[in-house]
Design a protein around this ligand. Structure first.
Ligand SMILES: *Cc1c(COP(=O)(O)O)cnc(C)c1O
Length: 385
């Protein structure tokens, strides 16, 4: 008989508060975008992030697409990013005709190696996209300095970065533009799918609204700034519906509860597995001094691909679902077509093949967590004997 999974990898966060707001939204007579709950959520983010504008979108993918449109990329312009990331980071810019230039990662944080970026910059380079893997920040000071030196824009793919900081600044607010995801696998969700565009550079504010409203100045019309609205630029339908925003509002109201639970789980994993790291069986995540941890993810890295496959199988036998992560984009079919690697792939492939993500979600209990760490010990004991 096939083993039924007892501890899933993820459960969409749900605290209970969402129901009330969803019902309010449904009965309010306004369920499309930019309703009451959209306003509550975006005001909350503007206040917390101290950004120029926070626009809810149907996904982080869409927020990234908006960034790519805002940058006014021309065919052949180059955009630098890590190869170790989700497809949307690259796809959004490829859609605008940009060439994707992949740069190797640092083995400690799995983030783009800031020391390898300068060698990738050419006359055609327009932007650097930083991905804060597992909610742990890239070396933003170094990256912003490079951007200034070469007059480049910086887009932060902070899909995993909500509530995390770099030198006291929330992720998503350091570059010119930033994006969050509210997919059900992230710390907070807007009923499964959703995202946020964070505008930090004032010059993008008005156009971001227009692009989000199908290329019209409808937002200005509703604010009474123009007396009719019409088609003024390119754009698309990038609004989150208000029922999703109501779900998100419930999550924001319970954010401390969600974050405390996740952070506690993260800490339990770390303390529970530290002995195996000391014995050289695996490595644990690294949180550099300038960075905070939002407990978006708990991953371990084992010796090699083969050990990883065996460990995933072992955990599955114990009815625990653990998963690997990105297949480096530079080696994917579309990655080869729309991009190329700058410099050598020293760590990207090797480190990605060693990485396993363990279950981490709101509501994961300590007894479930202990079962997972026990099962990992059992695996490594089995390897010795
Ligand atoms: C989840 C994620 C995305 C995509 O988010 P969606 O909201 O699902 O579009 C993009 N980039 C990174 C790094 C992610 O983790």
């Amino acid at each position: 008989m096939a083993n039924k999974i007892e501890i899933p990898f993820n459960k969409p966060p749900f605290t209970g508060k969402e129901k009330k707001y969803i019902l309010q939204s449904i009965t309010s007579g306004h369920v499309s975008g930019d309703g009451k709950f959209t306003k509550k959520c975006s005001d909350w983010f503007v206040e917390y992030l101290k950004c120029k504008k926070a626009l809810l979108t149907p996904s982080c993918t869409h927020a990234l697409e908006m960034c790519a449109i805002l940058l006014d990329l021309k065919e052949g312009d180059e955009v630098i990013m890590p190869s170790y990331t989700f497809v949307s980071t690259a796809n959004a810019f490829a859609l605008q005709g940009a060439k994707i230039i992949f740069v190797d990662i640092r083995p400690d944080t799995m983030n783009i190696d800031e020391t390898k970026i300068e060698a990738a910059i050419t006359k055609r380079t327009k932007a650097i996209v930083t991905v804060h893997y597992a909610g742990v920040s890239c070396k933003m000071d170094e990256i912003m300095k490079l951007a200034e030196k070469y007059n480049l824009k910086v887009v932060e793919d902070a899909a995993q970065g909500i509530m995390s900081k770099y030198k006291g600044k929330p992720l998503g607010t350091i570059g010119h533009l930033g994006a969050f995801s509210f997919h059900e696998t992230k710390n907070v969700t807007s009923a499964g799918e959703g995202g946020l565009l964070i505008v930090n550079d004032q010059k993008y504010s008005d156009r971001a609204e227009i692009i989000r409203e199908k290329g019209t100045n409808r937002s200005q019309f509703f604010r009474g700034m123009v007396d009719k609205y019409s088609w003024v630029d390119i754009g698309s339908s990038y609004l989150m519906n208000d029922v999703s925003a109501a779900y998100l509002w419930g999550q924001l109201k319970d954010l401390d509860r969600i974050q405390n639970n996740r952070l506690r789980c993260w800490e339990l994993y770390f303390q529970g597995l530290i002995e195996l790291e000391q014995k050289g069986f695996l490595s644990l995540p690294v949180i550099p001094e300038d960075c905070t941890n939002n407990a978006h993810m708990f991953y371990i890295k084992v010796k090699d691909l083969n050990t990883r496959t065996q460990l995933i199988t072992h955990l599955k036998k114990n009815r625990i679902l653990s998963v690997f992560h990105y297949v480096p984009l530079h080696s994917s079919q579309a990655g080869r077509k729309f991009g190329r690697m700058s410099g050598e792939d020293v760590y990207t492939t090797m480190e990605s093949e060693r990485l396993i993500r363990l279950p981490l979600f709101y509501g994961l209990t300590s007894s479930e967590l202990n079962k997972i760490t026990d099962s990992i010990y059992e695996f490594f004991e089995g390897l010795i004997n």
